[in-house]
Design a protein around this ligand. Structure first.
Ligand code: PEP
Ligand code: MG
Length: 877
C-alpha cells in the first residue's frame, strides 16, 4: 500500500493550509516560518482523522509509524528524549479543526511522564514540586480524556488534600502533598480500570491522539458544529508539541492575549497573565488571571519581547490575534495564535480600523463579518437613563455585551428545559464547562462567579453573540441548594435578574430596554455591503409596525404580507368565523363585506409606510379551520351572535375538519371554491393602493400574490378573477395604476410546471418553507420531533427548514428559475420562505440568479451582508 503522508513537522508543513493541518496546525507552521519562538512539534492531519473513522475508529499502523518517526525528529530538535533517562521530552496533544471550535474537543498536557521520568524531571530542574504537579495534572487529564472517565473523584481528592493541609490554593500544596496525591490517583486509576497507569510513553501518545480524534464526534462538538454549520467531514487535526512549563515557579507563567479588545474592538492589547500556572488554569477559570502589567513589573525584558511579537503577528495575519503564551524560567514561547473570536460590535470596529490602517480592503472587511452575528446588535439594550438610578447587585467582567433578562437557572439541562417551555432564563454557574453548551445556547445570558475574560464562558458566549458577565465574585452560588446570594440576599430559580454584558453589572428584576443605534461602524460596513451586492433584500411584514422596523434595517420592499395574520384581531375574527361558517355564497359575501374595510385600512397603512417600494400582498393561505373556535364557550358565544344553533356550528366545524390540513383546502384552492374571498381581497388591496397613491402623490405598483399554485389553469382562474375586480376598481377611481399578479412556488409541481406558469405570471416568489415541506414530505410543524435523530445519525447535518437543501429542493428552485425565465424574460424572481434570511441560503439564491430575498425584519441586515458576501465570492470565483 502506498504510504501517504499524514504527519508533518511544523517546519515542513508551511503552505499546506488549514484544510489539511487544521487552524492551529496551520498557525504553528506559519509562526515557525516567520520566526516566532514556539515549542517544536508536528501535526497529524485532518485526513488522518477521517482515516481513523473510516478504519473503524482505529489509527492504522502506518500512521502510527509516521507519528513515531516524527517524535524522533522533535527529540533531535530539542535534544530531549521521550521516556528518557536524561532530559525527558514531554508533549502536549491538542485538537485543531479547520474552523476554531473553542473548548469543544480535547487536549492532554504533560504527556510522557511516568514514575521514572517524573523523578528525572524533578532532579534535573531541581524542582520536585513542579515535576509532581505536572504528573498529577497529566494523570487526571489522561484518565478523563484518553480513558473517558469523569474527573470528579480526582478533583475531590485534590480538594480533600487542600482541606487536610488547611490551604486554599493548589499552588500552596508542596512536593510531598503532590506526591501523595499522585499515589492516590494511581491507586484510584488501578481500581477503576483494573490495570496500572501506563508507563509506556508511546502507548500514552497513541491513546491521546485517538482520544482527540474521538472527541471530534463528542456531543458538544456536534452541537457546536450544527450551530456554526461546520461540516462533519472536515475532521480535526492533532498537534503534538513539546511542552514548555509555566508552572516552574515565579519566573514562569502562562497567559492569553488578544491584540485588540474582543469585546469592543478597541485598538489596545488585551492580555492576562497567571504566574506559576499552566494554560488549563486560565481557560477553566479555576484561578482568575492578572493584568499583563504584572509581567512588565516582574520581567520587563520578557514583556518587551512579548509586545514586539504581538505587533508582528497582527501585522502578519492582518487581523486581531488571539494568542496563548508561556514563560518558562524567563524564556518566552508562543503556543498558538488564531484570528480571535469577537463580539459583533468588536468585529465591525476592527474591520473598519483595519481598512483605515490600510491592512485590508473594504471587500475583505465585508467578508470578515459573520452575518448571523449582526443579530446581537439589532436588539435593545438597557435604558441608560434608567440605569443611572438603579443600584447593581453585583459586578463582574463585561465578558460579552448585550442586555439579558430572565429567571435564574442553575444547570445547563435546566436552562435548556425551561427555555423549551418558553421561559426566559439566565444561566448562573460557578464556572461553565464545554458540557454546558446546550444550556448556554438556550439561556438569554450567562453569569459566572469565577473566571476571566478568556474563561470558557466568556469565549463561547462571545462566539454566540450572547450576553455574558463572568467572574462576578459577589454571586455566591450554592449549586446543591440551588440558590445564589448577592450581598446576603437569597435568589432562587423564581427570581428574575438582568445582566448588562457591556458593563459587567448585574441588576435585580426586569430592567427596561431601548432600541439599538445602527450608525457608526455598523453603518459603514453596511454601506459597503449595499454597494457590493446585487441581490435586493425585502422583508416579510404583515403590519405597519413590522414594515417600519424593516425599513429602519434597510429593507427594499415587502416580499410577503401574509393577509391572514390580520384576521386574528379580536374585532375581526368574529367576521372571519361568520364567513367560514356560511354555507351559501350570499351569506359568505355578507361576512366578507364586513371584513373588507379592515383589510383595506391595513393595506393602506402598509402602502403608506413603504411609499414607492414594492409591496407584495398574498391572498389568504391557511386552511380555514385554523380560524374556528375550539372551546365550547367560544362556540356558544358564536352561535348566539349568529343566531344559529350550537349543533349547527359544531356540524359545520366537523364538516371542515381535515386529516391533513397542510395538504388540504388552503391557498388558492380556497379561491377556486369561493371566488368571492379572492374578489374581496383584491378589492381591498387595490382600493388601498389607489388611496395611498393619491395621498402620497407618487406611483404605486401593488403586487398581488397567489399562494399554493400547482397548475397554470388554476393560476389563470384565480388571476382572472383578480384582474376583473382590480380593473373594475381602477376604472371607477379615475386614476391610472399598474399592478402585478404573480404566484408563490411552493409545491414541487409548480416548480416542474414553471414554463407554463411563468408565461402567465408577473413574478415567482419561492415559498421555500412549504417547498421544503412538500419536497421532503416532512411536516414543518412536526419534523422538529424526529430531525434530531437524523442529526444524531449524521443523515442530515443541517435543519432543511433553516438552510436550504441545495441538492434536492435547490434543484427545483434552479429548474423553475431557468424555465420561468425562458418562458418570460421579464419574470421577477424572489424568495420569501425562512431561508431568505439564512446566510448560506442567501448565497445560493444569489448564485441561482434571484432578484431578491425576503425575510423577517430582524434578519434584513443579515441578508444584506450575506448578499454582499455572496457577490464578492462569486466575483472572485
Ligand atoms: C413558504 O411556504 O415558504 C411561505 C413563505 O409561506 P408560509 O410560510 O406562510 O406557508
Ligand atoms: Mg407557504
Amino acid at each position: 500500500m502506498s504510504e501517504k503522508k499524514y504527519v508533518y513537522g511544523f517546519k515542513e508543513a508551511k503552505g499546506l493550509g488549514r484544510e489539511i493541518l487544521g487552524g492551529k496546525g496551520a498557525g504553528l507552521a506559519e509562526m515557525t516560518s516567520i520566526g516566532i519562538p514556539i515549542p517544536q512539534g508536528f501535526t497529524i492531519t485532518t485526513e488522518a482523522c477521517n482515516l481513523y473513522y473510516d478504519s473503524g475508529k482505529k489509527i492504522p499502523e502506518y500512521v502510527i509509524n509516521q507519528i513515531y518517526a516524527a517524535v524522533k525528529v522533535i527529540e533531535q530538535e530539542t535534544g530531549k528524549k521521550f521516556n528518557g533517562d536524561k532530559n525527558p521530552l514531554l508533549v502536549s496533544v491538542r485538537s485543531g479543526a479547520r474552523a476554531s471550535m473553542p473548548g469543544m474537543m480535547d487536549t492532554i498536557l504533560n504527556l510522557g511522564l511516568n514514575d521514572r521520568t517524573v523523578e528525572v524531571l524533578a532532579k534535573e530542574t531541581g524542582n520536585e514540586r513542579f515535576a509532581y504537579d505536572s504528573y498529577r495534572r497529566f494523570i487526571v487529564m489522561y484518565s478523563n480524556i484518553a480513558k473517558g472517565h469523569p474527573r470528579t473523584d480526582m478533583d475531590k481528592m485534590l480538594e480533600q488534600m487542600k482541606e487536610h493541609k488547611g490551604v486554599r490554593l493548589d499552588t500552596e500544596l508542596d512536593a510531598n502533598d503532590l506526591k501523595a496525591l499522585v499515589k492516590q490517583y494511581k491507586d484510584y486509576y488501578k481500581k477503576v480500570f483494573k490495570e496500572d497507569f501506563p508507563s509506556d510513553t508511546y502507548h500514552q501518545l497513541i491513546e491521546a491522539v485517538t482520544a482527540v480524534f474521538r472527541s471530534w464526534d463528542n456531543p458538544r462538538a456536534n452541537v457546536y458544529r450544527k450551530m456554526h454549520a461546520i461540516p462533519y467531514s472536515w475532521g480535526t487535526a492533532v498537534n503534538v508539541q513539546s511542552m514548555v512549563f509555566g508552572n516552574k515557579g515565579e519566573t514562569s507563567g502562562t497567559g492569553v492575549a488578544f491584540s485588540r479588545s474582543p469585546s469592543t474592538g478597541e485598538k489596545k492589547l488585551f492580555a492576562e497573565y497567571l504566574p506559576n500556572a499552566q494554560g488549563e488554569d486560565v481557560v477553566a477559570g479555576i484561578r482568575t488571571p492578572l493584568h499583563i502589567d504584572y509581567l512588565k513589573e516582574v520581567m520587563p525584558e520578557v514583556y518587551d519581547q512579548f509586545m514586539g511579537i504581538v505587533a508582528k503577528m497582527e501585522h502578519h495575519y492582518r487581523d486581531m490575534q488571539d494568542m496563548e503564551f508561556t514563560v518558562e524560567e524567563r524564556k518566552l514561547y508562543f503556543l498558538q495564535t488564531r484570528n480571535g473570536k469577537r463580539t459583533a460590535a468588536s468585529a465591525l470596529k476592527i474591520a473598519c480600523d483595519l481598512v483605515d490602517e490600510k491592512l485590508i480592503t473594504p471587500e475583505e472587511a465585508v467578508l470578515r463579518i459573520d452575518p448571523k452575528s449582526l443579530d446581537s446588535l439589532l436588539h435593545p439594550s438597557f435604558d441608560p437613563k434608567l440605569l443611572k438610578s438603579l443600584k447593581p447587585i453585583g459586578e463582574g467582567l463585561p465578558a460579552s455585551p448585550g442586555a439579558a433578562t430572565g429567571k435564574i437557572a442553575f444547570t445547563a439541562e435546566e436552562a435548556h428545559e425551561r427555555h423549551e417551555n418558553g421561559e426566559a432564563v439566565i444561566l448562573v454557574r460557578a464556572e461553565t464547562s464545554p458540557e454546558d453548551i446546550e444550556g448556554m445556547v438556550a439561556a438569554e445570558g450567562i453569569l459566572t462567579m469565577r473566571g476571566g475574560m478568556t474563561s470558557h464562558a466568556a469565549v463561547v458566549a462571545r462566539g454566540m453573540g450572547k450576553c455574558c458577565v463572568a467572574g462576578c465574585s459577589a454571586a455566591l452560588i450554592d449549586e446543591e441548594k440551588r440558590i445564589v446570594k448577592f450581598n446576603g440576599k437569597v435568589y432562587t430559580d423564581k427570581d428574575i435578574i438582568s445582566l448588562d454584558g457591556s458593563t459587567g453589572l448585574v441588576y435585580e428584576g426586569d430592567v427596561k430596554k431601548v432600541a439599538p443605534e445602527l450608525t457608526g461602524y455598523f453603518g459603514r460596513i453596511m454601506k459597503w455591503a449595499d454597494e457590493m451586492r446585487t441581490l435586493k433584500v425585502r422583508t416579510n411584514a404583515d403590519t405597519p409596525r413590522d414594515a417600519k422596523q424593516a425599513l429602519a434595517f434597510g429593507a427594499q420592499g415587502i416580499g410577503l404580507c401574509r393577509t391572514e395574520h390580520m384576521f386574528f384581531d379580536k374585532d375581526r375574527i368574529f367576521h372571519v368565523r361568520e364567513m367560514i361558517l356560511a354555507d351559501n355564497t350570499a351569506d359568505r359575501e355578507k361576512a366578507l363585506e364586513k371584513l373588507l374595510p379592515y383589510q383595506q385600512s391595513d393595506f393602506y397603512e402598509l402602502f403608506m409606510a413603504m411609499k414607492d417600494l414594492n409591496v407584495t400582498i398574498r391572498l389568504l393561505d391557511p386552511p380555514l379551520h385554523e380560524f374556528l373556535p375550539q372551546e365550547d364557550e367560544q362556540i356558544e358565544e358564536l352561535a348566539k351572535a349568529l343566531d344559529l344553533s350550537v349543533e349547527h356550528i359544531k356540524a359545520r366545524i366537523e364538516y371542515l375538519h381535515e386529516f391533513n390540513p397542510m395538504m388540504g383546502h388552503r391557498g388558492c384552492r380556497l379561491d377556486v371554491s369561493y371566488p368571492e374571498i379572492g374578489r374581496m381581497q383584491a378589492k381591498a388591496i387595490i382600493r388601498a393602493a389607489l388611496q395611498a397613491q393619491k395621498d402620497l402623490g407618487i406611483k404605486i405598483v401593488p403586487e398581488i400574490m397567489i399562494p399554493l399554485v400547482l397548475d397554470v389553469k388554476e393560476f389563470n382562474f384565480v388571476r382572472n378573477l383578480i384582474v376583473e375586480t382590480v380593473n373594475d376598481e381602477i376604472a371607477k377611481s379615475g386614476q391610472e395604476m399598474k399592478y402585478e399578479v404573480g404566484t408563490m412556488i411552493e409545491i414541487p409541481r409548480a416548480a416542474l410546471m414553471a414554463d407554463e406558469i411563468g408565461k402567465e405570471a408577473h413574478f415567482f416568489s419561492f415559498g421555500t418553507n412549504d417547498l421544503t415541506q412538500m419536497t421532503f414530505g416532512f411536516s414543518r410543524d412536526d419534523a422538529g420531533k424526529f430531525l434530531p435523530d437524523y442529526y444524531g445519525k449524521k443523515i442530515f447535518e443541517q435543519d432543511p427548514f433553516q438552510t436550504i437543501d441545495q441538492n434536492g429542493v435547490g434543484q427545483l428552485v434552479k429548474l423553475a428559475v431557468a424555465n420561468g425565465r425562458k418562458a418570460n424574460p421579464h419574470l421577477h424572481l424572489g424568495v420569501c420562505g425562512e431561508h431568505g434570511g439564512d446566510p448560506v441560503s442567501v448565497e445560493f439564491f444569489h448564485n441561482v440568479g434571484l432578484d431578491y430575498v425576503s425575510c423577517s425584519p430582524y434578519r434584513v441586515p443579515v441578508a444584506r451582508l450575506a448578499a454582499a458576501q455572496a457577490a464578492i465570492k462569486a466575483k472572485k470565483a
